[in-house]
Design a protein around this ligand. Structure first.
Ligand SMILES: Cc1ncc(COP(=O)(O)O)c(C=O)c1O
Length: 389
């Protein structure tokens, strides 16, 4: 049976004010690189979302709106269905984006000079949120072992003693780990022992590959629920990042009020009507599309893995468990980061994220966005082979 959803379809995104496509000249100095960098997907947003947005768009007035019960209930139902996590509506605080929420949390739960833990290589706005707000960056660098990553718990024990907040990426961008319940409990217990609040950025929660299951940290124990700020959003899940709509789940009333006040200072607690409508539709009707998406993304990962093993053995794919982002080790090529970046752009005409931007441990790696039709993935691999094969 042909797949109900056509992920092979090439959508022309150029000219749609797309960061990924329309800022290529500014970012890479070349406007025709094949763009496989910023983390949105090239697939059409699910039909159920487009229908709901079009229906609302056909109403001729776009005045002030509020976040409806239907929106909150759709999200609550999704968490229950997809993650077996039951939450109350009162626990949810709206945020336009997750990076906004991370910065608001840093301001809410720490003072200037306080220690905040990140685990590099990690999505770079984590470290920026610490440094830009004048907090002390404590890096609990991940351990790179046998083609995958682990948490350095001994180092975490040390760092937690001088930290107020930990910024966790779960599942982890860019190393693609879907942290296990055991790992999360161990991390959580270290934080509990040291009075460290945990911001668990679970924006990639829905994007686990077949065989992996995301566990919301706050679900793991009543104690962890009291110290965890969980960040979730439909933006990656349904490819609606441009609609800026996210949900921050905080059970602890005191922490929630602190966070809410931090957001409210800049009037950030109000959403836009299309983001709300899209979220409600996706969280209500998007299950089948998402399951099919992750099957397709798995196929893209398999293609990359096979191709690198057979044609480009100096490059290797880190074992993928979640996200649509491939983390590739090129250290065996012998090229420096600068040389690799130059060759990729100028000779291969590819726009990827250099690993070094994700902080310590990122040098010698690149991040390739596989949220794109397979023909693009194949084209990218062929271009790499032409230059490095
Ligand atoms: C771990 C992580 N957090 C947050 C974001 C961005 O979130 P937002 O666009 O809602 O600020 C991304 C996007 O790539 C991400 O990978």
């Amino acid at each position: 049976m042909k797949n109900m959803f056509d992920f092979d379809k090439l959508v022309d995104r150029a000219g749609s004010a797309s960061v990924k496509f329309d800022l290529r000249q500014e970012i890479f100095g070349k406007k025709d690189v094949l763009p496989m960098w910023v983390a949105d997907m090239d697939f059409e947003t699910p039909q159920c979302i487009r229908d709901a947005v079009m229906k609302r768009a056909s109403h001729p007035v776009y005045g002030y709106s509020f976040m409806t019960d239907a929106y909150f209930n759709a999200f609550i139902g999704w968490l229950k269905r997809r993650h077996q996590w039951e939450i109350d509506k009162e626990w949810i605080v709206f945020s336009p984006g997750i990076v906004t929420a991370i910065n608001a949390a840093v301001l809410a739960f720490t003072e200037p000079g306080d220690g905040v833990i990140v685990q590099t290589p990690v999505y770079f706005p984590f470290s920026d949120a610490v440094k830009n707000n004048g907090r002390k960056l404590l890096n609990n660098q991940l351990l790179y072992l046998e083609n995958s990553y682990k948490i350095d718990f001994d180092d975490l024990e040390d760092k937690a003693k001088e930290a107020k907040l930990l910024l966790l990426s779960s599942p982890h961008n860019p190393v693609s780990r879907c942290w296990s319940a055991d790992e999360l409990i161990r991390l959580g217990n270290i934080c509990l022992k040291n009075g460290v609040v945990i911001l668990s950025d679970e924006i990639h929660a829905d994007l686990t590959l077949p065989g992996y299951k995301h566990v919301p940290l706050a679900k793991l124990s009543p104690e962890l629920a009291e110290v965890t700020i969980t960040c979730m959003a439909p933006s990656k899940t349904f490819n609606v990042a441009g609609l800026f709509t996210s949900q921050i789940v905080i059970k602890n009333e005191k922490l929630r009020k602190q966070f809410y006040n931090s957001m409210d200072t800049y009037h950030l607690i109000h959403g836009n009507i299309f983001g709300m409508i899209a979220s409600e539709a996706g969280y209500t009707h998007g299950d089948k599309w998402l399951d099919a998406l992750m099957q397709y993304v798995q196929g893209n990962f398999e293609l990359v893995d096979d191709y690198l093993k057979n044609e480009l053995p100096a490059f290797s794919l880190i074992k993928p468990e979640a996200t649509f982002l491939a983390w590739i080790d090129y250290s065996k090529t012998g090229y420096s980061d600068k040389e690799m970046e130059k060759k990729l752009v100028e000779e291969a005409s590819l726009g990827l994220n250099p690993g070094r931007i994700f902080g310590a441990g990122g040098s010698g790696f690149m991040r390739m966005n596989l949220g794109t039709p397979r023909s693009n993935v194949m084209e990218a691999l062929n271009r790499i082979k032409k230059v490095f094969g």
